[in-house]
Design a protein around this ligand. Structure first.
Ligand code: GDP
Ligand code: MG
Ligand code: ZN
Length: 301
């Protein structure tokens, strides 16, 4: 039978099937074919053979539609990847309006990552209770202009929570963003009873531990179904490094102008006759986003 991997830990997989959630291990044959940690990951659709009312064996893994992966630069410019979540429908990038203050450069870095994987992206602007609505909207205006949906939320005032739940319904979603922005609080608000550790408790739990895995997919409590994974953030996940080659394409508002550069392979930094810089002069690309591109380009490998 078929199932969905909800949780993976030390070689054990919890797979949701028509016969309930089965605790599974990988069939030996699968392990021999590929010696890698991502043979099966959360979000994978797998073929399971049930071996007891509570246990099973994973016999095959279906091809992945999409993935959230950790890429590492290998030898001779070859990238190797390590899949963290499979079949991701969308990524919700959680940023706080304040405490911690919004870092647009950090947000751009997350956006580059989701664009590179061609994943649907939704920005969640949390902690709106810490400023006026006008101020909050002004912070994220650039992102709305370039076409990203922004959901304004406060777990304190319980605003935007229904809209967030609506977004999660019926999809496999990954919630990410740096520690302290309110990811776990938001999921608890969407899903009373989920009971994820938040604030200091969560920091204590993770202290000194390497939180490099995405632990599990939580079912979304909605008629349409859906699953959501909470993550410790991209720096912690090792998704930090960006590739120079496609960085310009990952700034989605640059795309219409990339064909207008005189030089093929234009970096848009020092070349004459550059479509992106012309777009900036014509206010179709903002200076902030252009400067952010230049900064990330210098850091990228
Ligand atoms: N003012 C305010 N504080 C919040 C809000 N949401 C979460 N917090 C607080 O922010 C801190 C970090 O929250 P947590 O959910 O653990 O963040 P995570 O690290 O992203 O999972 C906790 O002290 C929460 O109480 C909010 O909407 N407004
Ligand atoms: Mg958390
Ligand atoms: Zn150019």
């Amino acid at each position: 039978m078929q199932g969905l991997v909800l949780k993976a830990q030390s070689g054990f997989f919890w797979v949701k099937t028509d016969a309930g959630v089965l605790e599974c291990t990988l069939r030996g044959r699968l392990k021999k074919e590929r010696q890698s940690s991502d043979i099966a990951v959360i979000g994978d659709i797998v073929e399971v053979k049930q071996i007891s009312p509570t246990h099973g064996a994973i016999e095959a893994v279906q091809p992945r539609r999409t993935r959230l992966a950790r890429r590492a630069a290998g030898s001779r410019g070859v990238w190797s990847e390590d899949v963290l979540v499979a079949n991701v429908d969308q990524v919700l990038l959680v940023f706080a309006c304040a405490n911690p203050p919004l870092s647009p450069r950090m947000l751009d870095r997350y956006l580059v990552l989701t664009e590179a994987e061609e994943l649907e992206t939704v920005i969640v602007a949390n902690k709106t209770d810490l400023m006026s609505d006008e101020q909050a909207h002004a912070l994220f205006a650039v992102y709305e202009q370039i076409g990203y949906p922004v959901i304004y939320t406060s777990t304190k005032h319980h605003t935007g929570i229904d809209e967030l739940r609506g977004r999660l319904a019926g999809h496999i979603s990954v919630v990410t963003g740096k520690s302290g922005v309110g990811k776990s609080s938001l999921l608890n608000a969407v899903q009373p009873g989920l009971g994820l550790a938040t604030g200091e408790v969560s920091e204590l739990l993770h202290k000194g531990r390497h939180t490099t895995t995405v632990a599990e997919l939580h079912p979304v409590d909605d008629a349409a179904g859906g699953f959501v994974a909470d993550t410790p953030g991209i720096r912690e996940l090792g998704l930090w490094r960006l590739a120079k080659e496609s960085l310009d394409w990952c700034y989605r508002e640059f795309r219409p102008f990339l064909g207008e550069c005189y030089f093929a392979g234009c970096t848009h930094i020092h070349e004459p006759d550059c479509g992106v810089r012309a777009a900036m002069a014509g206010s179709q690309v903002t200076e902030e986003r252009y400067n952010s591109y230049v900064k990330l380009y210098e850091e990228a490998i």
